[in-house]
Each structure stands twice: as structure tokens, then as C-alpha cells.
Write a new protein. Sequence first.
Length: 167
Amino acid sequence: MEMAASETEVEAALRRIFPIYEHAGLTVESARDGIYRVRLPLNRENGNHMNTVHAALQWAAAEVLGGLVVMAVFGLEQLDKMYGAVQSVSIDFQRPARSAIVAEALFDEREARRIEQMMGDGQDATFRLHAVVRDEGGATVAVTEAVYVVRPLRPAKADVRLDRAAM
């Protein structure tokens, strides 16, 4: 595993790559040692018509944890050699989020080694992540199960149709 970036560095990278997280005020509280945690405020931009955190932003806070895993396992300096994406997410909203939320996931070191090895061998790597979203009082407001894929960048294949059209 690469040398761990600070939460400040991870947050800055996340906000640079995905400006929505800066707009939403998402902060990274933990991105190392198998503990991945972000906080999202309840404010005018993130709220809904019921004065709770909008469901889409609860989903986004939980989903971004997979990105934090990729950043921690491979290091920020390796991100331009790969891409990660969410393949699927199921979310169970359990109660209204009437305060700021904290999304958290734990990721096993053995699983980190497995995806690191697969990528080192030039293979796609998939991993699962269970996340819990809680309000400021610690009550669970949502839980997610997600599958992510990490792939090495590969040279683009020439589009034969385009090549023939140029003749």
C-alpha cells in the first residue's frame, strides 16, 4: 500500500476531481487505516422540502467512500494510471437525516492487498463496500452496499469504422 495521504490532501483531490463535493461542503474525516469517513452538512444547498439531507446527497456521501478506498490503496499519485467507478449501489433509507450526516465504511487490509495485486497484474479489480450513514446523534439514517471496479488505463482501440471513413 502506498504512503497514506492526509485527509486534507484526499479532500482537496476529491474536490478537484468532483467539484460537486466542494459545492456540497463534504469533508473527509478519515481516509486511512481501513476507516473511511466523510461528513456532509445539512444546509440550504443540501436540504430538501422536508428540511432533511436530500436523499441524493446521502447516496453520494456513502458512494464516495469507495473512491477514498481507491485513493488510500493506490495513492493519489497513481490516480492518473487508473480509473475507478461504482458498478452498483443499493441503499436503504431508514429514517430522515435531520442534521449533518457522517458516512463511514471499514475496508479490510487483506482486501486492499487483493485489489492491489490484481491491478499490479494488469487486471480489473472489484470490491464490495458496506457503508453506514448516521446523523449527528449517531442514529443510522441509511445503509448501503456497493460494488466498485478499478481498472488500469489501457490504450484506446482504433475505431475501424472511423479509420475506413477517412480513406
